[in-house]
Design a protein around this ligand. Structure first.
Ligand SMILES: [Zn+2]
Length: 103
């Protein structure tokens, strides 16, 4: 359910990125090595590339092709088919903590 909404040409700077985009079900957390991660539907995405007006996020699972593109708070494109189970993690005070994988 990705709506394409006209959006001003801006991207949210790293240090003022919102912690959530509730209308898209997105949460941002701090992951390993202090990098920002995007959480959506129980999956983790890392910032793959930052363009002038958009940011490309990609699933952290090696080989997974799920990805989405954000322009500000708006989801421009999304391919959210994962071929793997959701990773085991929890979030404490905005920081992601990996958990042992469930058997
Ligand atoms: Zn994935």
């Amino acid at each position: 359910m990705c709506q394409i909404i006209p959006t001003p040409n801006f991207i949210i700077p790293r240090n003022s990125i919102p912690t959530t985009i509730p209308e898209a079900g997105i949460t941002f957390v701090i992951g390993n090595k202090n990098k920002q991660l995007l959480l959506l539907d129980g999956y983790k995405f890392y910032e793959e590339r930052r363009y002038t007006n958009t940011v490309a996020w990609r699933c952290t699972f090696t080989g997974c092709r799920a990805r989405l593109t954000l322009a500000g708070r708006h989801v421009l494109r999304a391919q959210l088919l994962h071929h793997h189970p959701r990773p085991a993690f929890t979030v404490r005070n905005g920081v992601m903590v990996n958990l042992p994988n469930k058997k």
